[in-house]
Design a protein around this ligand. Structure first.
Ligand code: GAL
Length: 633
C-alpha cells in the first residue's frame, strides 16, 4: 500500500469561481483526496423537503475533474435551524436537564426517533444521488460522534429508549432489581417505566444503573451510525468511514466500526497536551510546539485496531488551532513529522484540516494549508514535501508489533462511574503503560477485549479491565506470551458488583485481592529494587509467587506461569522495570532512546521521530529537531 494525502474542503464557504483553482492547487501540491459536505445540510436542504444539490454536483465534478478522489460526508452533525422547528424536542439535554441549543453543531440527541428519520431521509437522498458517482471514492458518516460531550443525553427520548433497552436486557423487572442490588436503599422498581436516567439524584446513583446507562448511550451511537451505513451500502461500494477523536471514549468504537470499512481520527497534537492530558509543567513546556511524543501514536495504534487494520487520519492539524486554552504554532517540520508518524503506523491517508482558513464564524482563528487570502500557509510546503517523499519511498508494509495492549471502552465508563480514587482513570493508566513501551523503543498493537488469539505477541498488557470478558483470562494464560494484567482486573461483574470468589480469580494464580486502597497525590507504596505504586494499591493474599515486593514486604505483583498480576498503579520508573523484565522474559529487544525520540517499525522500514527541540543521535544517525528518519530494517 502506498499512502496518500488529502485535505478537508468546504466548497459552500467559497465563491464557485475559485473552486477550480483550489482543486488545481490541491492536486499540484500532491494531494489526492478531498473531504467535503459534512456540515452542509442547510445548503443541501434549505427547507424541509426542498433539496438543492446542484452546487454539490458541480463541486464534485470540479474536484473530481482535477483528479481528486472525493470523500463525501453525511451532514447529520449539523441539522439546520428548520429542523428544530419541526422537532423541538430533538436536542440533547445535559445532566442538569438543560437543552443543548442551536447555534453551533452536534445539537441532537442520538435517541430522538424523529431526528433519526430525518437523517435516514437525507442520507438516502445523498446515497441515491452520489452512490455511483465515480468521483465519490469514500463516505464519511456524520462527524466526530461524541465531540463536545454529546454521546450522553438526558432527554425524554433517551429515557424512553433506555427503558426499552433495559426491558430487552433484563426481560423482567425482578431480574433488574436483583442484578443491580436495588434492595439497597429501597431502590426497587415495580416496572421498567419507573426507571429514570441516572442524573439529578440526591447523591450518587447506583453504579449499576449508571453503567447500564453508559452502555445504552454507546449502543445508541452504534445504532445511529448503523442506520446510515445500511442505507449507503444499498447504493455504493465505496468504503464507509467515521472520523473519531483523540481521547474521546464515551462509546465503544469497536462496536461502531463493525458497520464501517475504515477507521479514521482527527489528530490535533498541539491542542491535546494543553487540553486533554496530564503532565508536569516541564513536560508541557518541552513539547509545547511538538505535541506529546506518544499521544498521536497511541491513537494511530488504537484506530488501526478499531479499523481492523484499515485506518486514516481524516483531519491533521496544519498550524495553530482555535480551541485550546492557548494556541501555539508548531515547530517548523512538525506537520511533516506528524504526517510521517501516521504513515509509519499504517495510515492509508493523511488528510489536512483544512484547505483555506475561513475568515468568518467559529473557526476563523484556525489555520489551514492556505491563509484566508489564499496565499500558502507554512503547512502547505510541509504537505508538499511529504507527498514528494511518499513518491520516493514506495510501499510501506505494516508489521505485527511484538507487544499488544487489550483495550476496553467499557472499562473507561466503569472507572468514571466508580473511580474510588479521584485520579483513577482508565485511559491515563493505559496511556502510562503505552508510554513506557514507547520509551523502550517498542511498537505496539491494540486489541479489542473479545480477542482470544494472541499468537505472535511476545508480551500482552491488560491494565485496568473492570470485568473480564468470558474466556479472556484463560486465553491470556494459555497464550504463551508474557502477560501483565491488573490492577483492578475482573474486580467487578458485568453488572457492577464485586464478584465472589474475590478477584482477580485468574487461572492457576492463587491470589486474592483482600482489600484495596486509593492513594492521594504524594502518598506512594515503594517497591524493593526501585519504583513505586501511586494512585492505587491492592493488598493481595495467597500463595502465588511474589515477583515484586513492596518496601514493607507486601506483594506488589504475583505470578503463575507467564501471567503476572499487578497489585497497583505503577509510577513511570516501575513501569520501565516491569517492561524491561517482561521483554527479557519474552526475548523482545528494546532500544535505549534519547529523550523525545520515538520509533515505529514497519516490515521493511524502521522510522524514527524526534519530538525534541534539539537534534539527537540514534544508531549512528543524527536526527534534527522535529525531524523524521527511516532506514531499512
Ligand atoms: C474537529 C472537527 C472539525 C474542526 C476541527 C478544528 O474536531 O471535526 O470540523 O472543528 O476539529 O480543529
Amino acid at each position: 500500500m502506498t499512502p496518500e494525502l488529502g485535505v478537508c474542503y468546504y466548497p459552500e464557504h467559497w465563491a464557485e469561481e475559485i473552486w477550480a483553482d483550489d482543486a488545481r492547487r490541491m492536486a499540484e501540491a500532491g494531494l489526492t483526496w478531498v473531504r467535503i459536505g459534512e456540515f452542509a445540510w442547510s445548503r443541501m436542504e434549505p427547507e424541509a423537503g426542498r433539496y438543492t444539490f446542484g452546487w454539490l454536483d458541480r463541486a464534485i465534478e470540479v474536484l473530481g475533474g482535477a483528479g481528486l478522489k472525493v470523500i463525501l460526508g453525511t451532514p447529520t452533525a449539523t441539522p439546520p435551524r428548520w429542523m428544530l422547528a419541526k422537532h423541538p424536542d430533538m436536542l440533547a439535554l445535559d445532566a442538569e436537564s438543560r437543552p443543548r441549543g442551536f447555534g453551533s453543531r452536534r445539537h441532537y440527541c442520538f435517541s430522538h426517533q424523529g431526528y433519526r428519520a430525518e437523517c435516514r431521509a437525507i442520507v438516502t437522498k445523498l446515497a441515491e444521488r452520489y452512490g455511483a458517482n465515480p468521483h465519490v471514492a469514500a463516505w464519511q458518516l456524520d462527524n466526530e460522534y461524541g465531540c463536545h460531550d454529546t454521546t450522553v443525553s438526558y432527554s425524554p427520548a433517551a429515557r424512553a429508549g433506555f427503558r426499552d433497552w433495559l426491558a430487552q436486557r433484563y426481560q423482567s423487572i425482578d431480574a433488574l432489581n436483583r442484578a443491580w442490588g436495588n434492595v439497597f436503599w429501597s431502590m426497587e422498581y415495580a416496572d421498567f417505566d419507573e426507571i429514570d436516567l441516572p442524573n439529578l439524584t440526591v447523591t450518587e446513583p447506583n453504579p449499576a444503573h449508571a453503567m447500564a446507562f453508559r452502555r445504552f448511550a454507546s449502543d445508541e451511537v452504534a445504532a445511529f451510525n448503523r442506520a446510515q451505513a445500511e442505507i449507503l451500502r444499498r447504493h455504493t461500494r465505496a468504503p464507509l468511514i467515521h472520523n473519531y477523536m483523540g481521547r474521546v471514549l464515551d462509546f465503544d468504537h469497536f462496536a461502531v466500526a463493525a458497520d464501517l470499512d475504515i477507521a479514521s481520527w482527527d489528530s490535533y497534537p498541539l491542542g491535546f497536551p494543553l487540553d486533554r492530558i496530564e503532565g508536569s509543567e516541564t513536560f508541557k513546556e518541552r513539547y509545547l510546539r511538538q505535541g506529546d511524543p506518544d499521544f498521536q501514536a497511541f491513537h494511530h495504534d488504537l484506530y488501526r485496531a478499531v479499523g481492523r487494520g484499515r485506518w486514516w487520519v481524516m483531519e491533521q492539524q496544519p498550524g495553530p488551532v482555535n480551541w485550546a486554552p492557548w494556541n501555539v504554532a508548531p515547530l517548523d517540520g512538525m506537520v511533516r513529522l506528524w504526517s510521517w508518524e501516521a504513515i509509519a503506523h499504517g495510515a492509508e491517508v493523511v488528510s489536512y484540516f483544512r484547505w483555506r482558513q475561513a475568515p468568518f464564524a467559529q473557526e476563523q482563528m484556525h489555520s489551514g494549508l492556505l491563509r484566508p487570502d489564499s496565499a500558502p500557509a507554512p503547512a502547505l510546503a510541509e504537505a508538499r514535501q511529504v507527498a514528494e517523499e511518499l513518491n520516493r519511498i514506495g510501499e510501506i508494509v505494516p508489521a505485527r508489533a511484538p507487544v499488544a495492549i487489550v483495550f476496553d471502552y467499557a472499562s473507561q465508563w466503569a472507572w468514571e462511574t466508580q473511580p474510588q480514587g479521584a485520579d483513577f482513570n482508565y485511559f491515563t493508566l493505559v496511556f502510562a503503560a503505552y508510554r513506557a513501551l514507547r520509551r523502550a523503543g517498542l511498537s505496539v498493537d491494540f486489541l479489542p477485549p473479545d480477542t482470544r488469539d494472541f499468537a505472535g505477541y511476545g508480551l500482552v498488557l491488560a491494565p485496568g479491565l473492570f470485568a473480564l470478558p468470558e474466556g479472556l483470562a484463560e486465553a491470556l494464560a494459555g497464550s504463551g506470551a508474557e502477560v501483565l494484567i491488573g490492577p483492578r482486573a475482573g474486580s467487578k461483574t458485568d453488572e457492577f458488583a464485586i464478584p465472589v470468589p474475590l478477584p482477580p480469580a485468574l487461572p492457576g494464580l492463587d491470589a486474592v485481592v483482600a482489600r484495596v486502597e486509593s492513594l492521594p497525590p504524594g502518598d506512594t507504596v515503594g517497591v524493593q529494587g526501585g519504583g513505586a505504586f501511586e494512585r492505587w494499591f491492592e493488598h493481595l493474599d495467597g500463595s502465588a509467587e511474589m515477583v515484586l515486593t513492596t518496601a514493607d514486604g507486601r506483594a506488589g505483583a504475583m505470578r503463575a506461569g507467564t501471567l503476572t498480576y499487578l497489585a497497583g498503579w505503577p509510577d513511570a520508573d516501575l513501569w520501565d522495570r516491569l517492561i524491561a523484565t517482561a521483554c527479557e522474559a519474552a526475548d523482545i529487544p528494546r532500544a535505549a532512546l534519547p529523550e523525545g525520540l520515538r520509533l515505529r517499525d514497519a516490515a521493511q522500514h524502521r522510522f524514527a521521530f524526534n519530538y525534541g527541540a534539539a537534534p539527537v543521535v540514534f544508531d549512528g544517525r543524527e536526527i534534527p529537531a522535529a525531524g523524521v528518519a527511516w532506514w531499512p530494517r
